[in-house]
Design a protein around this ligand. Sequence first.
Ligand code: ADP
Length: 452
Amino acid sequence: MHPVILAGLVAPAGVLAFAGLVWFAFGAPWAIGALAIGGGGIVASHLRHLVLLQRWAESALETPVPEGRGSWRIGFSALHRRVRLRTAYQRDLAHTIERFQSAAEAIPDGMVVLDAANRIRWANARALAHLGLDLARDAGRPLLNLVRQPEVVRYLEAGDYNDAVAVDSQRAPGVALSIQVVPFGMDEKLLISRDITRLESVARMRRDFIANVSHELKTPLTVVSGFLETLQELELEPRQRARYLQLMSDQARSMERLVNDLLTLSALESEQDPSVEAPFAVAPLLLELSAEAKALADGQHEIALDPGDPATVTGSRDELASAFGNLVSNAIRYTPAGGAISLSWRAAENGDGLFSVADTGIGIAAEHIPRLTERFYRVDRSRSRATGGTGLGLAIVKHVLLRHQAVLAVKSTPGEGSTFTVRIPARRVAWRASEPVAAAAADAPPAAATSS
Ligand code: ADP
């Protein structure tokens, strides 16, 4: 027999037994009275439990299940167990949803859940920022009432979600977004927004770079092929022929310089650390640079060298020599004949090493200074070309310095001259104040020592 029926029979059986005893002791009328009182008590108890159940069912969700007596105890405790399980299940579910939402918030992309009518159901903080939405205000509203860019409208309405669409953010000027819709569930959609500003600018830089390189190569190539045609078609005088050959060879050299600089740049960009990490004496390098400067200036400029305190620098000597050499060659190329160039090395107050190249040349207007290290950025294009510039010298300098955690500072006044200063961090510089410069200079290779 079911335990509830068994428990339910206990009270009526008790009443019947009691009435039987009363009959035996006091006669039938008393027994009927006892039956009526006992039966009434049982009915009252059932009614009380029914009322308790009804009140509980209508109360707040968290109200505990009431205590039952007699046969109701079994039913109520089963109900109690069920409610406990359900509460635990709901807690787990809430926890899972919370974890899902915090995972969705941690995703670097924006996510908006849309229903079949493109109404916003939910969105993470990044999507709200990307699309300028406010979930409290906009939940339930159609996305296209809020995001009105024609590209997004067309994309959502066309229903072809194989590719993403690129749009400018309507919130933040200059921010590029990629929007992609992923259908899921019953006609629902997940709209993913991604900030592609950096990707776009890298793609633009790559396009500009290719266009620049092609342009830089095209000019000398056109000249060379033009002269080649002339040489093939015309009988020229030996002097004119020699002149054309000289011009072709100049153009070939300029292409060679460009290709060499491109190769240097790409080698520098492919790794972050210097190719070598070894200490080298600065003084011999300064002497080499000053000798190179004199050779380049060809007597047209005054070259001065202030070698400062002797020191060794840890890093790639070749890379730093090429960076410093670029600064020296620029100083000469952008300083008219009769000008002065001075190279100097000194210690900053915090122990950093400062290498400076100062010239009395054409100078640079302030607005150009922040862009000088961009590839192919030139202030004076024709002067750069005429003096054999590739437009890549300062880009190479920038990369070499980056690899040595060094920085470049430029001070310039148009018409008066410029000073380019490289600051090498103190941890790469060992100052040897007691050692005379001449002793350090003795390490210099013979070519540098004699040519100065
Ligand atoms: P380039 O091969 O054209 O010299 P760089 O990258 O070395 O390329 O320099 C970029 C531009 O910076 C140059 O075209 C020039 O306009 C300017 N510049 C660099 N150094 C100097 C300087 N010492 N004086 C004036 N202008 C300079």
